[in-house]
Design a protein around this ligand. Structure first.
Ligand SMILES: [Zn+2]
Length: 405
């Protein structure tokens, strides 16, 4: 456990902010356990320094105190600090191409922050011991492999769920079965998870909803894994709560690590949503989620609005897990990252508004594919009407209707 005086000594660590971050990153997960005054002091230090760094190294931040948005960052020559650190090129996430937003991550600390400070943090919080078996739904690419699941190892911290893990990765392939028999697809995945003693199922909120529905359909009441580690599940958290209450999973974690100026958070074992104020400070101005990311040296996100809306308390309170936190709620998530999906959602919403509201439950997207999940079977005419809205995508329909008993 880090002691208060260790954090204090960090504040005087170096005159160079880059050196400070290198020293701070490996212990930053301990910050939120400290006295609230000290947490605020260190956050102020980080925010002031990244602001000064950005003003010094990035032209778009010079003499500019207004809220920064993507328009300001469009000209990379005015945004990227000129080779100040080694970096990785990356893009914002999204299941569709077209509107990806390019940015850079500081290479030196990528594994520390993404691996140790995020995925390992989750495993430690839920006492998942190593080595471990991960069932990974992460890829959105269509896979032509014959096998439903492929076993691999990976050095990618996103896939192996941490930096030091020797995890066995069981990757779900969106191959033939996904298109021909979606019920069998989930039935086989559930059976596989039980057979292979899967520790962690790593998937999206969409997958959680379909897993839950298929578990109900198959009337499976036995444990399928220890932890469901999911991103973006907040809208259907009741599925996870119910799975845990039935003993089908031991625990769940909803989490997000944003490098591109959004909210980074995770749920602890007491199901409290914790913003990761140790890595980036997010606050709400006129309902907008504004972020200062302490570690984004290669492409700074300071006083930055990514398009999300949130309500975030200013006051810290102490969770039973020991971390200080501010209550927050994401009110509306940006839509520009996934333009096609966003447009589809808008189209679907108008369809829901003007057609049969109860029928369409949600949509799930993979590369070049959109699956419309409905509560009852649609007529062929209605299916073709919907399919016409997405001329460039393969449109699939799945019924996840009410289940008796
Ligand atoms: Zn907590």
């Amino acid at each position: 456990m880090l002691l208060n005086h260790d954090v204090r000594s960090l504040l005087k660590y170096a005159s160079d902010y880059t050196d400070f971050l290198r020293a701070y990153a490996p212990i930053s997960n301990e910050l939120l356990f400290q006295d609230i005054g000290l947490i605020q002091q260190l956050i102020s230090y980080c925010r002031a320094n990244i602001k000064a760094y950005a003003a010094q190294n990035s032209e778009c931040y010079q003499n500019n105190d207004e809220i920064i948005n993507k328009t300001h960052l469009a000209d990379k020559t005015k945004w990227y600090p000129e080779d100040s650190v080694q970096y990785l090129d990356t893009t914002t996430g999204g299941t569709t191409h077209n509107v990806r937003f390019g940015y850079r991550i500081w290479k030196d600390l990528y594994k520390t922050i993404e691996g140790i400070n995020h995925y390992n943090l989750i495993l430690e919080e839920f006492n998942i011991s190593k080595p471990l078996n991960i069932l990974y739904f992460g890829s959105n690419e269509i896979n032509t492999a014959d096998a439903l699941i492929t076993q691999t190892k990976s050095r990618n911290v996103l896939i192996s769920h941490g930096a030091y893990s020797q995890a066995q990765i069981h990757t779900v392939n969106y191959g033939q079965l996904y298109f021909t028999d979606i019920y069998s697809f989930y039935e086989q995945i559930i059976a596989y998870s039980i057979l292979h003693n899967i520790d962690v199922i790593s998937c999206s909120g969409q997958e959680v909803a379909s897993l839950k529905w298929n578990l109900d359909r198959l009337k499976i009441n036995r444990r399928i894994c220890s932890l469901i580690s999911s991103t973006g599940c907040k809208t259907n958290i009741s599925n996870l709560v119910e799975l845990k209450s039935k003993g089908i999973i031991d625990n769940w974690c909803d989490h997000m690590r944003c490098w591109d100026g959004g909210a980074s958070f995770f749920t602890c074992k007491h199901h409290t949503y914790h913003l990761l104020d140790n890595l980036a400070f997010t606050h709400s101005i006129d309902g907008k989620l504004i972020c200062d990311d302490y570690f984004s040296l290669a492409s700074p996100f300071v006083n930055y609005w990514n398009g999300d809306y949130a309500t975030i308390d200013e006051q810290y309170i102490r969770c039973k897990c020991g971390r200080a936190y501010r209550q927050f709620k994401l009110d509306r998530v940006r839509s520009t990252d996934m333009k096609i999906l966003s447009d589809s959602t808008t189209i679907l919403q108008s369809l829901i508004d003007h057609d049969s509201p109860a029928d369409i439950l949600r949509i799930a997207t993979k590369a070049e594919t959109i699956r419309i999940i409905t509560s009852r079977s649609l007529t062929p005419a209605r299916k073709s009407n919907i399919a016409r809205l997405f001329p460039s995508l393969l449109v699939l329909f799945t019924v996840e209707g009410p289940i008796d008993g």
